[in-house]
Design a protein. Sequence first.
Length: 653
Amino acid sequence: MSQKTFYVTTPIYYPSSKLHIGHTYTTVAADAIARYKRVTGYDVWFLTGTDEHGQKIQNAAEAQGMAPKAFLDNVVDEIKDLWKTMEISYDQFIRTTDEEHEKNIQGIFMKLYEKGDIYKGEYEGLYCTPCESFWTETQLKDGKCPDCGRPVQKTKEEAYFFRLSKYQDRLLKLFEENPDILEPKSRINEMVNNFIKPGLEDLCISRSTFDWGIPVPLDPKHVIYVWLDAICNYISALGFPEYNLEKFDRYWPADVQLVGKEIVRFHTIIWFSILMALDIPLPKKIFGHGWILLEGGKMSKSKGNIVDPVTLIDRYGVDALKYFLLREYTFGQDGIFTNEVLLNRLNADLANDLGNLVSRSLSMVEKYRGGVVPSAGTKTAFDDDLVAVATKAHEAVDQKMNRLDYSGALDEIWKVIRRTNKYIDETMPWALAKDAAKAGELDSVLYHLIESIRLVSVLIQPFMIHTSRAIWEQIQIQEGALTAWDSCKAFGAYPTGTTIKKGEALFPRIDIAKELEALEALSAQKKENAEKETSEPEASTAAYEPYKEEITIDDFGKLDLRVAKIEACKPHPNADKLLILSLKVGNDHRQVVSGIAKHYKPEELVGQNVVIVANLKPVKLRGELSEGMILAASIGKKLTIVNADIEDGSVVS
């Protein structure tokens, strides 16, 4: 029997380096379902990428005096860096400027043309350049684009059209007979009542007033409209119709295509009609999720209210951010983001529930059994209920994940965590340890705790793989049979006699008041830096920074500035802008992570004496410990580290 396959896609994103937490939401959700399907035995293909043609790209490149492709290459690298930071496990990153994609799109165009579903005409109407969308007067909102709220322009040009109106009745029948093809259910009503029933007009699928796009094969003065070019990436990536149809046959139709609710109409009405015209199967499901909103509304670069996921990862780790996004919000509905909501969730669920369970369970094994996990001894009155809750979770998580109910799936896992914490309170192992006659019961409690933690560590893999691996390290099991998904169906697989290795707390508790202040300060600094970046002159003519507000000698006295020698330096494995420096500070050795990779190569720094803030509280930056900060001077965009021709370890005062 051949292996089961699973094909999941995200939209391909407009190449902006300012992707915010809302963009990451779709991709994190796709990553979680892809990881889940892999651990449950599926052959998964996970596609994401960038939508790189169109007038707005050409305009943006021209504004910077660059060719569109050169302009795009830099920005796409930043998007890939973000997905690397987010540890997105995609199998393919497609760019619509890829040669294979361009040939496939031309092939699709010709198939539709030869079938008679594409014809030449003249377009006259309203066009939103930022959204690459055509609108009718009745679809406008207050005379502006209903999606982005920006002005539209009247345009008139020769164009090719796709006979979208031809598929109106088939679309109505599809949604009536197969309502599960689009979720949540409210999206079907929106598509039917707002777009299909009022009447579908044929779709303009080429432009001739600019040339940044895929040329129409039979008429090269036209370029193929972005919503035919971009939307067909899902089959082009699989080789349809020109290349590698074995891959297409293996993975198509897509099992689930995740999109934001604002582009559902393109991914159902237009996409389904194109597939119908091509006589190939429709995807099994389109899921139009909601938005993550700030209290002031939808995040956008133009509003200046975006939340940077990299900042949150630097402070709390990628697992924590993924957990928050998938647990806090019901997938399919809108949700409000605030820093306070984030921090409360991390403290309650990760620090208090999971982190505390692992820490105190392992501490008790160390304290009462010398770190060796005993075999289950005398049964306690609470064992059966714990086992029942723990072994039911596997099936419940499967059911929720197959419905894309990420928050519900995580809640099922947290039921096990909460029940295990309650089990500690019920059995009171500290009291059992005082009574030699209760040694067998204590053994049973300790074993049940470690086995429950093992089950939890397996179930959280699709969401928090680093946390899973950290737990496996502490309870000393290897990836394999004990970490396999099916191992959660039964209780008792953990090998007795194993010596645990308790490590650092998985999720240290956060001082929310102090952290809110820190995040507010970071946000203000980022906004200030962004404003400078758009206005500051070149380094050679830049004005010097004004002095900051005065401090007292007591304020200065709190700083411990030391001379340090750089003994080694290497790039950060998860961040292109960071370097990891190994420093000698007199008799002390420490590591500092510094954001100077754009200004220095690692080999240039080795041997230099620099000045560091030695009493800065250590933090982890992208998973690497940083024990201090290197002083640097900047003017404009040029940054130079402060050198000191003094013996390392010397105090700067």
